[in-house]
Design a protein around this ligand. Sequence first.
Ligand code: WT7
Length: 635
Amino acid sequence: MSNYHIKQFEEYFQVYRKSVRNPEQFWEEIAEEHFVWRKKWTNVLSWDFKKPEVKWYEGAKLNITENCLDRHLRTRGDKTAILFEPNDPNEPAEHISYIQLHERVCKFANVLKEKGIKKGDRVCIYLPMIPELAVSLLACARIGAIHSVVFAGFSATALSTRINDSDCKMVITADGSYRGAKTIDLKGIVDEALNDTPGVESVLVAKRINSDINMKEGRDFWLQTLLDEAYQDCDIEIMDAEDPLFILYTSGSTGMPKGMMHTCGGYMVYTAYTFKNVFQYTEKDVYWCTADIGWITGHSYIVYGPLCNGATTVMFEGVPSYPDFGRFWEIVEKHKVNQFYTAPTAIRALAKEGVEHLEKHDLSSIKVLGTVGEPINEEAWHWYDDNVGKKKAPIVDTWWQTETGGIMITPIAFATPTKPTYATLPFIGIQPALMDENGKEIKGNQVDGRLCVKFPWPSMARTIWGNHQRYKDTYFSAYENMYFTGDGALRDEVGYYRITGRVDDVIIVSGHNLGTAPIEDAINEHPAVSESAIVGFPHDVKGNALYGYVTLKETGESRNHDNLRKEINQLITEQIGPIAKLDKIQFTNGLPKTRSGKIMRRILRKIACNETDQLGDTSTLLNPEVVEEIIDNVI
Ligand code: WT7
């Protein structure tokens, strides 16, 4: 039996027991046997959730790109590392071998150095899903620069906030991007963002759509020109295991997005180990995760986890609906994809289109299906199982978070018996706990509570960039000595977990984690708006959609509500991005509040979800009369 590759259910239990009985010995063995280190650690783990402080493999030296690239050159140099499938199905796919990827990363790393980027500097990456995106992450990692990828669907305001929060010195972008039939002026967005980002010294621009763009003298540089002149060897920067590898922003329930900081050693070990086991990747497989690298899923399970295992990982530039809803299946057939990992929102969108697109394609290569991002509903699970996996491919419903770095609760393909809508069991080394509202752990089975984790795991985020206090308050203060996830979960009669959803003010729309506060802030900037509150309501495809309750200032003038709705969504698009637009906006004379003035979102949520029979007692509100009015005018 190998602890590194678990193949059977009994093995899972044996290895799991080892991993929790003696975590240090366990993670030492995994790290030692399956990764390249330049110096061994002096201490496997030290931790204190009260501070909080967690360190894995302290004293060890490594570079993650040596593990993702260099070590494969002799054994699988000509194997495809990245298989790039462009937006346009008529444009040929690009097979980038490990040797080629290594060379591209080294050249890019030399360009970064040439532009003055050093170990520890922050580099913002704002790119579409083209090979340069993966290459730029690895190039940063090679020289020890900290990458901060911002999803290229975010607005100029969202981009500049993130650039400034981590004080990035450079931005890497493209002239534009393709998204289905549309093109997007990425460089224009960057130019707008850079109006108030004093720390940015240079911008590297990849050419993708060949548009005529504005290049600012002395600041903006065409990437290809620099690459053409770059030297193709670049030594690795030798990093401490606990040195930062990247920052990635995630929405919180309040205020600024949180820059989750991940470190080199533990992140590498855990993402590689989970990738291998959850998806049961074997040497000749072609693996495809449809996420964007702008999210943690892409960081961990398009780039680092797969490449560390010498896998072939597909990068898809386009969208599932272009040129039609058969695109995913066409790609699966064309590249004989073996593991397919996507989100419930994509599954629901595809299921809505029926099975005709599926029937046109040979999906027999598929061995394992994965889902991530939000709870998957029963119907979508069965559609995926019946029509995509033909009941032969196990579905791994993987629960995790930007903060956790890697998959936490999940079946192991072919080993763990699956159960629709259940993420099933904790991965090796993960010790979940369900907590009640009084801070006590709920033991036993057939219970539900708030999901926490009792013991550290190697890929957990170490801090929120620039705000350790907020890291402590958000994750380590709700329950003593526990990491609090923000999710609710239930444990069934055999100990399987089902994630029931967020228990805070984060709403997951199409798999995107959106905090209510930043959206409300954007709405409140409208001069006619006095106050607003956002809640989620169920949506067939998106999982949840946003419902906004808005009160207007009393100016005596009458305003056209349809125009106001457009203006509000325009503001949201500018400040956050189109993903945060509201599906429904109801104008009301007031918002229900507690006597201490807190908006009662629970009530608003019930109304938006058409569950007015479950409002409970509203008489203790400060202003119970507004509830009737809101119900009468619900959209
Ligand atoms: C939140 C984290 C981790 C990659 C993508 C999202 C929800 C994630 C599942 C799942 C039920 C899930 C949780 C979590 N979530 N995966 N398999 N079942 N819920 O990362 O943006 O940091 O969001 O997504 O609510 O807390 P994220």
